[in-house]
Write a protein that binds this ligand. Sequence first.
Ligand SMILES: *[C@@H]1O[C@H](CO)[C@@H](O)[C@H](O)[C@H]1NC(C)=O
Ligand SMILES: *[C@@H]1O[C@H](CO)[C@@H](O)[C@H](O)[C@H]1NC(C)=O
Ligand SMILES: *[C@@H]1O[C@H](CO)[C@@H](O)[C@H](O)[C@H]1NC(C)=O
Ligand SMILES: *[C@@H]1O[C@H](CO)[C@@H](O)[C@H](O)[C@H]1NC(C)=O
Length: 325
Amino acid sequence: MKRARLDPRRFVVSAFFLIILFLCILGSINEVRFISLLNFCALAKYMPSQSYYKYSLSSEDLLATNANSSDDIRILIGILTLADKYHRRHLLRLVYGTQQSPVGAKVDIKFVFCNLTKEDQKVLVALEIMRYDDIIILDCKENMKQGKTYTYFSSLPEMLTDSTTNVDPYPPYHYVMKADDDSYFRVNNLVDSLRPLPREDLYYGYVIPCPSMDPFVHYMSGMGYLVSWDIVEWIKESDIPKNHTIGSEDKTFGDWMREGNRAKNRHNAKWSMYNFPDPPTRCTHELWPGTIAVHLLKDQEKWIRTLKYFNVTASLKPSKLYHIP
Ligand SMILES: *[C@@H]1O[C@H](CO)[C@@H](O)[C@H](O)[C@H]1NC(C)=O
Ligand SMILES: *[C@@H]1O[C@H](CO)[C@@H](O)[C@H](O)[C@H]1NC(C)=O
Ligand SMILES: *[C@@H]1O[C@H](CO)[C@@H](O)[C@H](O)[C@H]1NC(C)=O
Ligand SMILES: *[C@@H]1O[C@H](CO)[C@@H](O)[C@H](O)[C@H]1NC(C)=O
């Protein structure tokens, strides 16, 4: 009588499975915080036992999708605008929604305004949030020079950090920007310019006055300036901004940095950031490919000229359904 011989290949596979099972049990007992291992175990449940070769493939896939979280540079762009500017938000969602998302970065673009005041806003803005989830409503009364920017920055730490869970990355964003709703940012170029810069004590933008190239004198233009998260926290904590909220918001911001002796690291992004070239002033030059931001896009014609210049529709896919000459 011949006894069934153990196939050595099957033996190896079974041993492999036993080890995995053991690791999974160990992992769940000890609550080992080894996420990929636990993911791997979760995946193991769905695997038919013979497809052993798939394991390594799938675990690699898992690792690949897990790899992008913590090293990414995280940026929040808050566009200060008004609840009633539905058309502008529509345009901005189009131009940012079609930009290629930068590799190795997470860029969130949010519209920021104060308390809603009208009945129709309560319906329309709520619908926008349900659809796009890209709106921040601050606790303030809409204003230009009465501290909206202060409310924006000082509200963020509480809005963005959830004290009940500590799984969220810290800081929630490495950089926070305040941008105007008539500025057009080319997000990839912005991210590229930030990569070599410090992630602490940074104040970045287009230095005012226009001919100046020295970021340590005066302040960054309100078209869009960016600071590192430690400065956002400082704005929330310190009395210096709290006592000085009235005035041109961009100049006021520069005063805080000076009075608080903040922003040892500064970056002047001029002439990658500039005003729209028409009319020509000391603050502009022609549109050019290295652009990070164009400002003062006050009307549709200026937006169209800018978007055309940057070939934003070049990747429109051909279809029988439409024809755009
Ligand atoms: C990695 O990035 C992709 C695409 O941006 C996203 O779908 C996925 O959830 C990210 N994974 C993690 C673990 O953050
Ligand atoms: C804004 O709205 C909230 C909630 O509706 C209210 O508690 C707060 O007092 C309002 N703030 C201002 C400045 O009107
Ligand atoms: C801010 O104002 C308060 C009250 O007026 C005052 O006590 C405090 O010293 C001021 N702080 C700064 C940093 O100016
Ligand atoms: C836009 O496309 C034109 C034609 O292909 C090209 O010459 C030009 O350099 C592009 N402009 C930019 C800013 O990439």
